[in-house]
Ligand binder design. Sequence first.
Ligand SMILES: Nc1ncnc2c1ncn2[C@@H]1O[C@H](COP(=O)(O)OP(=O)(O)OP(=O)(O)O)[C@@H](O)[C@H]1O
Length: 266
Amino acid sequence: MTKVLRCIDLALAPEGVAEPVLEHVGLEIGTGWTAIVGPNGAGKSTLLRGLAGLLSPRAGRIELDGRDIHRLAARERSRHIAWLAQQAEAGGELTVRDIVMLGRLPHQGLFGATRVQDQAVVAQAMQDTECADWADRRLSDLSGGERQRALLARALAVQAPVLLLDEPTTHLDAPHQVALVRLMRRLGRSQTVVSVLHDLGLALAADRLVVLEKATAGPGGGHIRAVGAPDDPAVHAALRDVFGGAIRIERLGDEWLALPDLGLTR
Ligand SMILES: Nc1ncnc2c1ncn2[C@@H]1O[C@H](COP(=O)(O)OP(=O)(O)OP(=O)(O)O)[C@@H](O)[C@H]1O
């Protein structure tokens, strides 16, 4: 099973943007759950889109177990790398079950015949994201959080060794955020799970954080400020720096908490 993503002196820019927003990215991401964090506009989604093979590098390259991901056939790449986008799709007339079944497409034959095992994988993915109860409803009729869970189920249904999730907790209530964190930790035991997260409290539950820093002036020039485990002091220092002192990081038992430093007096 392929598992290791490696960025080598990588520069990336969104489509149509002249200057790279991220430069000199050197990073190796293997099995486990990795959270990408950083300020708005630092390039988190751009990095994730790059890892998914959706952007051509402006410099350097990205390898999956030593193979340049841009040399993989699209179908092969989509079997190896599953992807949840930041912007939820409307889904048209498709039901939740139809949408989740699309996750099996990279594994199906020429005529897309659904196999018994595909149905079992789809059922499991809907169970893992708690959307089995409304499997026959149209995606377009669901609430924001329900839709997010259905699209997450589609990404899970790919059963790819690499799972890339851009803001997967968007629209989720607290119990479903907790369930998703537990799921990412569980999947990380055998898969390479990478998620962009704004909620630093959730990100500190990951095996590893990648902290991005925005360039001090003007567009472009974003870079990796720190990579490490949630208890790594260098990661804490980087988080405090890139968020301009707006957060405090504290330990509570075995967990690390990131709290907004509101500075309120009552
Ligand atoms: N289509 C685009 N056209 C022009 N600039 C873009 C485009 N998409 C992104 N950018 C710019 O690229 C930079 C990085 O954007 P990106 O979406 O990767 O940041 P991010 O860290 O994910 O931000 P956020 O936390 O706000 O989601 C930003 O300065 C953004 O304005």
